[in-house]
Design a protein around this ligand. Structure first.
Ligand SMILES: [Zn+2]
Length: 314
């Protein structure tokens, strides 16, 4: 079991300017500096938060590299473990609140980030990684993959991974398309780029702004071993629901673990198959819609249940 990384103090100091004379003062010509004043260039000090983030990201990349699935949708036959995932961030307003709750509760999560937003909010990506969370790729523009050719899908994946690489020193292998909608061409492109497509098996539909109560109730309704729970860190109601959701999950004896733990445990379980599999005519993998029986390989994973909520954009 992975040890979490909360012990190190969170330092959001950013760049520290060392040895600057008159720090905080006005360097304008009203008070000329003494001729003998030493010239000290601004040297950014090592940021402990960044170092920790890079270290954690490296550790997760190592684990991701061991995963042989091309698609993982949850499932775990032995232990009461689930993984919590958040799509569509980083969101400057709500992601910090989600992170505060996860930190207080010592819960690891995986953030499937939109590349464009990650580029604008690198400090949130750093904070996510520094606080022990894993990162996934949720495309650069958050456009429907079903309307793109393979090269467009590859662009979305690669550009987002380049952003993550710049911030965390390397890419992620986790990928989830907007709305979990795919075509065979998109699936091929995801596979060609060596990404692991991550679906979900527990979807409270929080994107549609249900009440916090509904989010908790829907998530808990058929929570089962190995579930990958899909939430959105940009949603205010999710922020409100999260403390209770964590409490209820734990009250039922489940442990919330990183996605990599779940995937690797599934990989080491003889006879395990992901809950969703590719269909010959392309796939639309969305827990908010009815799941065609033909797409279910492992019926024992309780996935033949009807829709939990109405269909919509995730
Ligand atoms: Zn999304």
């Amino acid at each position: 079991m992975r040890s979490l990384f909360w012990l190190s103090p969170l330092m959001l100091s950013g760049t520290i300017l060392v040895g600057l004379p008159n720090a905080g003062g006005n360097p304008a010509a009203t008070t000329p500096a003494p001729a003998a004043a030493p010239t000290v260039s601004a040297v950014p000090a090592a940021d402990p938060n960044q170092e920790l983030a890079m270290q954690n990201a490296r550790r997760y990349r190592k684990e991701q590299a061991q995963v042989r699935f091309t698609v993982f949708s949850g499932g775990c036959n032995r232990d009461r473990k689930v993984a919590l995932t958040f799509d569509d961030g980083p969101d400057p307003k709500n992601t910090p609140k989600i992170l505060d709750i996860l930190k207080a509760e010592h819960v690891p999560a995986t953030f499937f980030v939109i590349g464009m937003k990650a580029e604008k909010n690198p400090e949130l990506i750093l904070r996510e990684a520094a606080e022990g969370h894993d990162l996934g790729n949720h495309t650069y523009h958050h456009l429907e993959l079903t309307e793109m050719h393979a090269d467009g899908v590859r662009f979305e994946i690669e550009r987002t991974n380049q952003v993550l690489e710049k911030i965390l020193g390397g890419p992620t292998r986790w990928f989830r398309g907007p709305g979990c909608h795919y075509t065979n061409e998109a699936i091929q492109a995801i596979s060609d780029t060596k990404m692991v497509r991550i679906d979900s098996t527990d979807n409270p539909g929080d994107w549609a702004h249900p009440t916090p109560d509904q989010i908790v109730r829907r998530s808990m309704r058929d929570l089962s071993r190995g579930d990958v729970i899909l939430c959105h860190d940009r949603i205010g109601e999710t922020v409100q629901a999260l403390p209770r959701l964590i409490k209820e999950i734990r009250a039922r004896g489940y442990q919330i673990v990183p996605l990599a733990d779940l995937a690797l445990e599934a990989q080491h379980t003889p006879g395990f198959h992901p809950a969703f599999c590719q269909r010959a005519d392309g796939v639309r993998i969305d827990r908010t819609a009815k799941v065609p029986t033909a797409s279910l390989k492992n019926a024992s994973l309780k996935k033949q249940q009807p829709a939990k909520v109405t269909t919509g954009v995730l």
